[in-house]
Ligand binder design. Structure first.
Ligand code: ZN
Length: 153
């Protein structure tokens, strides 16, 4: 009897999650080892963005211990072909999260955080629907390892 009740509950929660709209957010961890990982510690090199979402949100938690000055992380969204130049320009804007606030190539960006801090970035899915967009950290040198593809499906 107990078992039956349990499986019924499982079935119900499965239905609930299936009938829900697509998940329009994801969680990333930023580490002291200069990487974006999922909650299990696996490196994240792509994020699937459901085409049915109007906006998509990426939550970032820095689960390391290093300060924002040593190992700062943020999330910036731009075209893959613009990543290098966005990062280069961002170096002149250290006090502004290493992002040029007037950079029209930047679709969206979060603030720069250090160990133990959290931030998030949200952007309209329509802006990246054409494909070829990336998420990355604009801290100097970090985008080499901390970047990945945004894939609208
Ligand atoms: Zn970083």
């Amino acid at each position: 009897m107990m078992l039956k009740k349990y499986s019924l509950m499982m079935g119900m929660s499965l239905c609930a999650s299936l009938s829900f709209a697509a998940n329009c957010s994801t969680d990333l961890k930023g580490t002291d080892k200069m990487s974006f990982t999922d909650k299990k510690g696996k490196t994240v090199s792509q994020i699937i963005v459901p085409a049915s979402c109007t906006t998509f949100k990426i939550n970032l938690e820095h689960n390391g211990e290093m300060s924002v000055k040593q190992m700062g992380h943020n999330i910036v969204i731009s075209k893959a072909s613009d990543v290098a130049s966005v990062v280069k320009d961002g170096r002149q804007h250290k006090e502004h999260d290493y992002v040029n606030p007037n950079d029209s190539r930047v679709i969206a960006y979060s603030k720069m955080i250090g160990g133990g801090q959290k931030t998030s970035v949200e952007f309209p899915v329509a802006k990246i629907k054409a494909g070829g967009y990336k998420f990355f950290c604009s801290f100097p040198m970090h985008s080499v390892r901390m970047s990945g593809d945004l894939i609208v499906k």
